[in-house]
Design a protein around this ligand. Structure first.
Ligand SMILES: [Ca+2]
Ligand SMILES: [Ca+2]
Ligand SMILES: [Ca+2]
Length: 441
């Protein structure tokens, strides 16, 4: 699918920017990485060990500095979710969901998606993993809901097993398919069109968090599922400069859930949202890749692939101030004057005077998890060659929120070479070594 390819090019862009300094530098980084890999693996494992030993049910586990997500013949890593209570990590690889323990050992997977599985979150209330799932050709957008505790073996088929169900998001479909120029033709899955309301390309970022509308809002007190739009990169139109966030109270969703049937996509889902919100950031490339709520700061983090509009700062990370309820106001740039619920970007980070946009050049576009104490797991994406096949790797690296500009997230283990370990290629080498015992299913 186009989005997958576009996302993949995003990987290259990011890796290029991080490594950045040409072939020699990259080769050097790879050497360091190989050395570092040897050091990191046992360290990671021992951290997980001591955490498990110390932790009874419900106690917070010690979190390892690195959790490997493996190497897979799949799409690139899209998002992560953490079950801290029982000690599992979930990685989305576009068409594959992988469950690992905190040592990075695969314990289960769900396969067989032909659509695009994006960002994830774990709902502690019902112990299920929620992820965005796109079928652009079928003009169908879903939330996939996985029964976390039943992902207990490798290679579970998403369609023939009932471990995953789906809920259709009508609001997204309506905006995605909007014939904005009124020529009677919907131009389909392309960025080069005035169609798609707000430039909507589908959905990606998902996170549970409080209502964005403040007191009296729908679902007050409940953790709402928040779903962010993908937004096509298009520098020629002015109505695509917002991130769009939908909120849903999923406590009543059982009645909508249907098995995943890719040949016969269903339309069972809520007829309306429990809130629709706009954050003015400037156009980005495929919208919010990863969305996360941090309960400690009450901030929402929106990680994106940078936009390309010359008039904007094109940051890669935006922080929405969740302590400020959305206010009703004009949604800028729309063909017809329109009002909506507007979110506030936190008064932190870099500031662009021309547009008033604030943000960061931080990471998080492949996965971002707040662990609630100022630390975050940041996903690193990479590739590795294995038996003539290019496999995708992903791993979670523990960072601390420093609030420094331009990048507010710093690896917890600051030995200098950890930065190199981040350079992608090598992450794969580690996982390969671990996965060589046939755990890859
Ligand atoms: Ca049209
Ligand atoms: Ca993504
Ligand atoms: Ca998320």
């Amino acid at each position: 699918m186009d989005a997958v390819e576009a996302d993949t090019s995003g990987v290259g862009a990011r890796a290029g920017r991080r490594a950045g300094r040409g072939t020699a530098a990259r080769a050097g980084a790879a050497v360091w990485a190989t050395l570092l890999a040897c050091a990191l693996v046992p360290q990671t494992a021992s951290a997980a060990d001591s955490g498990a030993a110390a932790g009874g049910p419900g106690s917070a586990r010690r979190l390892p500095a690195v959790i490997g997500g493996g190497a897979w013949d799949a799409g690139h890593v899209q998002g992560m979710a953490l079950d801290r209570e029982r000690g599992f990590m979930y990685f989305s690889f576009t068409n594959l969901l992988v469950k690992t323990d905190l040592r990075g050992r695969p314990v289960g997977s769900v396969t067989g998606f032909t659509g695009h599985l994006g960002d994830l979150d774990f709902n502690e209330r019902d112990r299920r993993v929620y992820g965005s799932l796109e079928y652009k050709d079928a003009e169908s957008f879903y939330i996939a809901v996985f029964d976390a505790d039943r992902i207990d073996r490798m290679g579970i088929d998403a369609q023939s097993s009932d471990v995953a169900s789906t809920v259709y998001l009508k609001e997204v479909v309506e905006d995605y398919t909007a014939d904005m120029d009124g020529d009677g033709v919907f131009d389909g899955d392309t960025a080069d069109t005035p169609d798609h309301r707000y430039g909507c390309s589908g959905i990606d970022g998902v996170a549970f968090g409080p209502g964005l509308g403040g007191r009296g809002g729908k679902g007050h007190g409940a953790q709402l599922l928040t779903v962010a739009y993908g937004v096509y990169s298009n520098t020629q139109r002015r109505d695509n400069d917002h991130q769009v966030l939908l909120q849903y109270d999923v406590r009543g969703w059982k009645k909508y859930e249907r098995p995943l049937s890719e040949s016969d996509p269903h339309t069972s889902g809520p007829s309306r949202t429990d809130g629709k919100f706009f954050a003015y950031t400037g156009n980005t490339t495929y919208g919010v890749q990863n969305l996360e709520y941090d309960a400690a700061s009450r901030n929402w983090q929106l990680a994106v692939y940078e936009g390309k509009k010359p008039g904007f700062p094109n940051y890669s990370l935006f922080t929405v101030d969740g302590s400020k309820p959305a206010v009703r106001g004009p949604v800028r740039g729309q063909p017809e004057p329109e009002r909506g619920q507007l979110l506030s970007l936190a008064r932190q980070g870099l500031y662009d005077e021309r547009t008033g946009v604030r943000g960061w050049t931080g990471p998080g576009e492949y996965g971002l998890i707040s662990v609630g104490d100022g630390r975050y797991y940041v996903a690193e994406s990479g590739t590795v060659e294995e038996g003539g096949v290019t496999k995708q790797t992903g791993r979670a690296v523990l960072h601390r929120w420093t609030g420094r500009t331009p990048d507010p997230l710093a690896p917890v283990e600051r030995t200098g070479t950890v930065e190199n370990a981040g350079t992608v290629e090598n992450a794969g080498t580690v996982e390969n070594a671990e996965g060589a015992d046939g755990t890859r299913g």
